[in-house]
Every structure is written in structure tokens, then in C-alpha cells.
Design a protein around this ligand. Structure first.
Ligand code: ADE
Length: 422
């Protein structure tokens, strides 16, 4: 552990490796790059203190550099105890002079200690992935509230928590919901989670997916991405849902839909992506096959009822990194990956930078929007404005080098008319 003034990271010696990996990630981040160039010239965030609680990855490092280029003083802590890339954390401290409080595998006490450190700078803006900063400010650090102009939120789970706060009238500053941008959830949640979750499962287990029965719990954007990619690798995919509409979509997308109690007896690999609690619980563990693998890609480690699993087990041992074998009283083994934490960020590297480019462009422009509009915003959750969303899509297409058509004057007129028929 290397602790100093303004940081607590695993090892500063990792900075060199971190810098190289950050540079690698940035090659696929043209949108963030162009925002960074503008920020460096115009300094729209001059004098702003931003505290960010995000997964500390190479992509997050690229975002921190852009915010700092815009004139902000940035402090970063982890949004999950297992997702930190220690080399990226070290590089930010050593090469960019950014305050980072994050160590992969930190315990609960250190995790919350780091959140308090990030809040000790009295931020004007909070940037969350899961709403932990907002939650701690509103419960344990209310004195910080008066200086906060607003916050941004990265993920579905966080937005749900924040909307609940706004509905109860307890939210004390405006939030921009990055997750609601189309350039975020269409790509990050679907293609990012789809690929990185499989990557995490495969790195942890090295199991063959072809011919396996793969159970995807939840058919939101993340679930769809995972189901699509697992099928692509030859798995037979079973989807479980509580909402009839996405369940129907899953069927029409060609997947089998079942209740979890049916799926439990059939699955070889289970992955939860619902944002809800105890989606896999005792009644399901009892039915699972010997050797079943269970993991989670939802934000919090509550989707698998681990205490219930432990209660059913007569022994627990680590059989590989990120794989714990729970030997059940019925003699069967159930393998839990990454302590039920986000598998894609625990045993793999999270979403590839190509999609994080758009997610984090929304974060950067979300902060700019907040400070420009601060006088006019209420203490509620705002979607990213459509104009920002479209601008990010436009920049991404330009970065990819893809051209699209523009409407002809005749087409514009046609779309604006109602008189013209067959
Ligand atoms: N969430 C999912 N993937 C991520 C990544 N690569 N960086 C930061 N947050 C993420």
C-alpha cells in the first residue's frame, strides 16, 4: 500500500504500466479526446472541485485527465472494492497529480474511508457510479451539501436510487443521469456488459460456453447484451424476467424464457443483471446441478443471496482466483465467482474503451451542462439533454470514420407535411 498526502493506492511503482495501459485505452476514445482538446483550450471547469466515485480503470483515468484539462481539481475513489486497476490508480497519482483513493480488494472499512476522503475536499460536483457519494453526503456528511452544485450518475442502479430520493423530496442537489443518454445505455450497457461479462466469466473459469446452458437473469439492456453474446459463443441461453414485456421480447429475440425455479435445475452458468436483491436464493441453490457456476454483473453484490448459500454449504474453499466452491450438504458443489461482485470488473477489465468513450463523454459534458445551468436546475434527476447525446453520436461516427446522409430539402418538406399521401 502506498499512502501519501492526497492519495492511497496499492503501489506507486505500478505507474509506468498504468500509463501504458491508459494510452492503449485512449486510442479508442476519440470523443473524449476531442472534448479534452476543447477543455484544455477553454477551461470550462476552471476552479471546480469534482469528487468522482467510479470504477478506477484505464478508461476512468482518461476521463479524469479530461476533467483536469478542463481546469477541475479532481479527487477519485473507487465505486466498488474489487474493480480497481491498481496500475491505473498509481499512474493518475504519479503522472497526473490527481488524488486517488482506491486499492483493489480493499475491505468495507477502507472502501467507505476512501469515500470520506473524496468528500473531504468539499466538492462542487459529485460524479457517481452507484450513488455512494450522494448517499454518504446525505447521511453522514451533510455539512458538505451547501457547497455542492450538482452531481452526475453513471449507472441504472444509481439512477433508481436517486429517483427514489427525489420522489421522497430528500435529494438536496440536481443530478444528471448519464445512464439515460442513448449514447450510454444503447452501447455501454448492451455491448459493453455483453462482452466484458463473458470476458470476466471466461477469465475466472476458462469453461467452454458452447453447448452449455447459460441462464441470464434480467432482460434489460445489460441482460440483452449478455444473452446475445452467450448465444454467439454457442451457449443455450435461458432468460428469466419479472416483467412481461422484456420477457416477451426475449422470446421473440429467440431465447427460451423460464422462471428461475425452472432454470435453476437446468443451468450450468447463471449470471444476474437485474439491479434487484436475492434473485438467486436458497430455493434455487437447492435445485442446482453439481458444478453450477453463479455470478453477478449487476452493480451491487446483493443479487445472489450469499448468506443463504453459505448456510446451505458444509464447506467453502477457493479453487481458483475469483472462484469459490461451496460444497453443499446435498453433496453438490456450487461455484460463486468474485464474491458475487461485478464479474466484468473483478476478474476482467470492465467494458472496452470504445464504449466507455461515449459513456464518459456524457460524464464530461454532463458536468459542463450542470455548471452552465446551475441557476435554473431543481433538486431532481435530469436526463442528459438530447443535443448532447446527438453531438456525442456525431463525434463517435466521425471518430470511426463513418459518414451518414443528410435530409434533402424535399425530404425535410415531406416530413413536415401532412397533406401528401399515396
Ligand atoms: N464500468 C464498466 N466498465 C467500466 C470501465 N472500463 N471503466 C469504468 N467503469 C466501467
Amino acid at each position: 500500500m502506498t499512502r501519501g498526502k492526497g492519495f492511497d493506492v496499492k503501489e506507486l511503482r505500478l505507474a509506468r504500466a498504468g500509463r501504458d495501459r491508459i494510452e492503449w485505452a485512449k486510442k479508442e476514445m476519440p470523443v473524449l479526446r476531442s472534448i479534452g482538446e476543447r477543455f484544455a483550450k477553454k477551461k470550462p471547469l476552471k476552479g471546480l472541485r469534482i469528487s468522482a466515485c467510479l470504477h478506477v480503470t484505464t478508461e476512468t483515468a482518461a476521463l479524469m485527465q479530461v476533467l483536469a484539462a478542463g481546469g477541475a481539481k479532481v479527487t477519485l475513489c473507487a465505486s466498488n472494492p474489487l474493480s480497481t486497476q491498481d496500475d491505473a490508480a498509481a499512474a493518475l497519482v504519479k503522472n497526473d497529480g490527481i488524488s486517488v483513493y482506491a486499492i483493489k480488494g480493499e475491505n468495507r472499512k477502507t472502501y467507505y474511508g476512501h469515500i470520506l476522503q473524496a468528500l473531504s475536499v468539499k466538492p462542487h460536483v459529485t460524479m457517481d457510479d452507484g450513488a455512494d457519494l450522494v448517499s454518504v453526503i446525505h447521511t453522514k456528511r451533510r455539512e458538505v451539501l451547501k457547497g455542492v452544485v450538482g452531481g452526475t450518475e453513471e449507472t441504472t442502479t444509481g439512477v433508481i436510487r436517486l429517483r427514489a430520493m427525489a420522489k421522497k423530496g430528500v435529494l438536496r442537489y440536481p443530478i444528471v443521469a448519464v445512464n439515460e443518454a442513448k449514447t450510454k445505455h444503447f452501447f455501454d450497457n448492451r455491448y459493453g456488459t455483453g462482452q466484458s461479462t463473458l470476458d470476466g466469466i471466461l477469465r475466472a473459469t476458462n469453461r467452454l460456453l458452447a453447448g452449455s446452458c447459460f441462464v441470464v437473469a434480467g432482460y434489460g439492456w445489460c441482460g440483452r447484451g449478455l444473452a446475445m453474446r452467450a448465444r454467439g459463443m454457442g451457449a443455450r441461453v435461458l432468460v428469466t424476467e419479472v416483467d412481461p414485456l422484456p420477457a416477451l421480447e426475449a422470446i421473440m429475440d429467440g431465447f427460451e424464457v423460464a422462471s428461475m425455479s425452472e432454470a435453476a435445475a437446468k443451468g450450468d452458468i447463471f449470471c444476474t443483471l437485474t439491479g434487484n436483491i436475492h434473485v438467486l436464493r436458497g430455493e434455487h441453490f437447492r435445485k442446482m446441478k453439481d458444478g453450477a457456476i453463479v455470478c453477478n454483473a449487476g452493480h451491487f453484490n446483493v443479487e445472489i443471496d450469499i448468506p443463504a448459500l453459505a448456510k446451505l454449504a458444509r464447506s467453502v474453499r477457493t479453487v481458483r482466483p475469483f472462484v469459490e466452491e461451496y460444497r453443499m450438504r446435498n453433496g453438490r458443489a456450487i461455484h460463486l465467482l468474485a464474491e458475487g461482485r461485478l464479474i466484468n470488473l473483478s476478474s476482467a477489465e470492465g467494458h472496452p474503451s470504445t464504449v466507455m468513450d461515449m459513456s464518459f463523454a456524457n460524464q464530461a459534458l454532463g458536468v459542463e451542462f450542470l455548471i452552465k445551468k446551475k441557476e435554473t436546475l431543481d433538486n431532481v434527476v435530469y436526463p442528459i439533454p438530447d443535443a448532447i447525446d446527438r453531438e456525442i453520436a456525431r463525434l463517435k461516427l466521425a471518430g470511426i470514420g463513418a459518414k451518414i446522409d443528410t435530409l434533402t430539402p424535399e425530404q425535410k418538406k415531406y416530413l413536415a407535411s401532412w397533406e401528401m399521401g399515396t
